[in-house]
Write a protein of this length. Structure first.
Lengths: 174, 353
């Protein structure tokens, strides 16, 4: 990146129209100093991205997901644990539960690769205690899911039983 | 223990004493974590949210993470206090939004860390340090993570790492950021170049104050976008040894260029800022950020000695709406707020009559 100093911070008009310039570039080509002052529209025309750079990450991802995942499939892919559909994820870019990573693995993988600068697998810290295995995490998630359902349908007997099961399950050290 | 106590201190991250604090205000490292066996926050039932909150609370408050840890339930927290926490960067705007869903934040009273519970992820653990102290910040956040993990199982997969609600955080769950003061790059018109260069290497650049592209007070936050496929050490090292030194060097070059080529214009900006800040009777928040920015540049370049950096850093914070109202002790709107702001600044700069 070659930096040139002394560019003035006065309000300039776009080189190509009378709108205020929002993008200012100074380049040195063969010892000649070339200043460019452009409005958003003309900057975009010149291939200089404006505006959209600064959107929050979530919004970027949402647009990104929409752009790259094509049209919604006729049968929406659904996470069998939490019931979230892939189309819903495309709307707000939030997954429903850890199990979604497995349920949506096929459409999610290429998205992740692009959003994560070609990263596909985790490298780095792993829980010190090694936590609980992935199978047990899934089982626990499903039990909690059934519990939430039971509470919702006011089946308190079943809920109490499930709660006992969960505490017992959690108490068992692998 | 109330929020009032943290409000009167500047907080560790604004001490203005860390390495390279002439350009880098602070460093921040945050980890996103979720408990195993629960849906992510947005899909949890009320009951599950409460259970998650209770479990996290037990472990955070009993984990001896710091000498004094303050737990703030945000459902019952007054809006002005929530806003205060946002202004101090202890919680996100999203976390402050009024609703009755169980959520909280734990902060140590020196404000070196904040742990948001039930924001987008079950846990968002963040450590703030002044100046460039990324390795130190990571060490502390890692230690807190280890303590919490002693009792709570995290959602983790071998392939994807720490599982997060938004896949942009999956893997390490780590977001590293630095808050930069770049007034000279702004004045010389080079800031957009830096923004584009940063974006090309997958870094996000945002204004610290203001929404969207606005960067009031020339304060910028730069953070990593990639969390999967690179280790914590790699991400940190790139930031600490490549990205940050480079931006500091650009800003320093720009400052020197201003000094050598346009010192009169530079001094004019600095002394105008001083004049307005010490004399004005009404001040708007954006105007203040711009003036403080010029004043800060003047102090760092040794052009003005009538004020120190820490006072300026504090004023960036204290002149924000919620802080003003807390200091004032009552709600203030419009003209009254601008008047209160001008008065506070005159007093802090030793110019009150």
């Amino acid at each position: 990146m070659a930096l040139v100093w002394g560019a003035r911070a006065v309000k300039k008009l776009c080189d190509k129209c009378n709108h205020p310039a929002t993008v200012h570039e100074v380049e040195i080509v063969k010892g000649q100093k070339i200043e460019k002052h452009l409005c958003d529209d003309h900057a975009r025309e010149e291939g200089i991205a404006v505006g959209e750079d600064y959107k929050p990450i979530n919004e970027l991802l949402t647009n990104f997901v929409k752009m790259h995942s094509g049209s919604a499939p006729a049968h929406d892919l659904v996470c069998d644990n939490c019931g979230m559909g892939f189309s819903e994820f495309r709307e707000n870019s939030l997954l429903g539960c850890p199990q979604c990573y497995i349920a949506f693995e096929a459409p999610l993988s290429p998205l992740l690769e692009r959003a994560q600068d070609n990263g596909t697998h985790h490298i780095g810290k792993v829980p010190q205690r090694c936590g609980i295995g992935e199978r047990r995490q899934e089982q626990l998630l499903r039990m909690r899911n059934r519990l939430a359902e039971a509470v919702k349908s006011e089946d308190f007997e079943l809920a109490a039983r499930l709660r006992d099961d969960i505490s017992q399950f959690e108490g068992v050290v692998e | 223990m109330t929020l009032g106590r943290i409000m009167t201190n500047a907080g560790e991250w604004l001490r203005g004493a860390g390495p390279r604090s002439d350009v880098v205000l602070s460093s921040r490292v945050r980890l996103a974590r979720n408990l195993a066996g629960f849906p992510f926050v947005s899909r949890s039932s009320r009951r599950q949210r409460e259970e998650i909150l209770e479990r996290c609370r037990d472990q955070i408050m009993n984990g001896q993470l710091a000498e004094n840890v303050l737990w703030v339930g945000l459902v019952e927290c007054p809006q002005v206090d929530c806003q205060l926490l946002v202004e101090r960067h202890l919680i996100s705007r999203q976390h402050a939004r009024a609703n009755d869903l169980a959520r909280a934040v734990a902060v140590d009273t020196n404000e070196t860390f904040s742990i948001m519970v039930n924001e987008e992820d079950h846990l968002r653990i963040a450590v703030l340090r002044s100046g460039v102290q990324l390795a130190e910040a990571f060490e502390q956040v890692n230690r807190i993570d280890n303590i919490i993990e002693k009792k709570l199982d995290y959602a983790f997969s071998k392939r994807f790492g720490y599982l997060t609600a938004c896949p942009t955080n999956v893997g390490t769950g780590m977001r590293v950021s630095v808050m930069l003061h770049l007034p000279a790059l702004k004045l010389t018109g080079e800031i957009d170049k830096v923004r584009r260069a940063a974006r090309d290497i997958h870094l996000a650049v945002r204004g610290l104050f203001g929404e969207g592209s606005e960067a009031h007070g020339d304060l910028y936050q730069i953070s990593n976008q990639t969390t999967l496929g690179r280790s914590e050490q790699e991400i940190l090292s790139e930031f600490e040894h490549t990205v940050v030194p480079q931006i500091i060097a650009y800003e320093q070059q720009a400052r020197q260029a201003l000094l050598q080529q346009r010192s009169v214009q530079l001094d004019d900006k600095i002394w105008r800022a001083w004049a307005i800040l010490t004399q004005a009777r009404m001040l708007g928040s954006e105007e203040v950020l711009t003036l403080l920015s010029h004043l800060r540049l003047g102090v760092n370049l040794g052009r003005i000695q009538t004020v120190d950096i820490q006072t300026i850093n504090e004023l960036f914070l204290l002149s924000q709406p919620a802080h003003l109202q807390k200091i004032n002790g009552s709600a203030m709107e419009g003209a009254a707020r601008r008047q209160g702001r001008a008065e506070l600044i005159r007093r802090r700069l030793g110019a009150a009559d």
